[in-house]
Write a protein that binds this ligand. Structure first.
Ligand SMILES: C[S@@+](CC[C@H](N)C(=O)[O-])C[C@H]1O[C@@H](n2cnc3c(N)ncnc32)[C@H](O)[C@@H]1O
Length: 279
């Protein structure tokens, strides 16, 4: 329990997919003047130094952000995330990578709030230090699933919940579906993005079926597969479920993920964007 440290994985292909889509969702929320609240249930430390020995161990970022951050032909929809990565690495060497809290912090406007929960005490302390002095940011030391009950609905009645579990306990897919149902009961109009790893096909079918049956509508499924033949050995791909995506997000995501699949895995990569449950 809590052995997972995101420093080992920061900037890998799964982060690229999740963060590129997260940035699009936040940009869409920022189009209306009313303030919003961003809730990150599994926040990590906020931003990552890729020179750290844990990041260097398997250098997962080399098969992720390193393959795309300097591509001149990246689609414009990637810009909100790419601009942040480039801004953090002004010398042209890839040394820093933004986690989800850093992305949200950079995209929010003056009146938008952030609630970040992180359970690992060491990571929580680093997150607090990384977010120190910022107005409208609360770092909460509690289980992210409890944060859904304690912080939803937000007083703004507009917002985005990111649920980015480390998948280090059995039964996580079941917990995710329960969380989608709970978050929807408390905050039916909110946007919710839920990350998951692509596991064996039967587990994926069960997950999709239980989402179908959970009573929540407007669920968009987005997946990026990079090692389709190799699901036993490593993370073969990753997915994001988005509840209540903004208008046009499905079309945007289709182009963006098709480009990322080609850039991250030119031979084997593929992507999928599908309404799992429509209106
Ligand atoms: C995949 S990482 C998060 C990465 C981050 N969202 C990002 O995109 O930069 C998952 C984090 O959740 C933390 N964690 C694990 N179980 C948790 C729980 N029940 N509640 C809150 N945080 C938890 C882990 O310590 C880890 O830092």
């Amino acid at each position: 329990m809590l052995a997972y440290r995101h420093q080992f994985h920061a900037g890998n292909f799964a982060d690229v997919m999740k963060h590129a889509l997260l940035a699009r969702l936040l940009v869409a929320l920022g189009r209306k003047p009313a303030p919003y609240c961003y809730v990150d249930t599994h926040a990590g430390i906020g931003r990552y130094d890729l020179r750290h020995e844990w990041s260097q161990k398997n250098a997962e970022h080399e098969a992720g952000v390193a393959l795309v951050w300097q591509r001149a032909d990246a689609p414009p929809d990637l810009a909100p995330w790419l601009d942040i990565v480039r801004d953090m690495n002004p010398e042209g060497r890839l040394e820093h990578y933004p986690g989800s809290p850093e992305i949200a912090q950079r995209l929010r406007r003056a009146g938008d709030r952030m609630v970040l929960s992180e359970l690992n005490p060491a990571d929580q302390a680093t997150l607090k230090a990384n977010m120190a002095g910022l107005r409208g940011v609360s770092v909460v030391a509690q289980d992210g699933y409890k944060t859904l009950s304690s912080h939803l609905p937000p007083s703004e009645r507009r917002g985005l919940v990111l649920l980015d579990s480390s998948f280090d306990r059995a039964g996580e897919f079941t917990r995710l579906v329960q969380a989608v149902r709970l978050a929807h009961e408390r905050f039916a109009t909110g946007v919710m993005a839920v990350w998951y790893p692509l596991m064996d096909p039967s587990a994926m079918r069960r997950f999709e079926r239980s989402l179908h049956e959970c009573g929540v509508r407007r669920i968009l499924l987005l997946e990026l597969s990079v090692h389709p033949e190799d699901w036993r050995a490593s993370l073969r791909g990753s997915g994001l479920i988005v509840v209540n995506p903004p208008y046009g997000f499905d079309r945007e995501a289709r182009g963006l993920l098709a480009w990322l699949a080609e850039a991250l895995a030119p031979q084997a990569g593929s992507s999928r964007v599908q309404w799992l449950v429509p209106e």
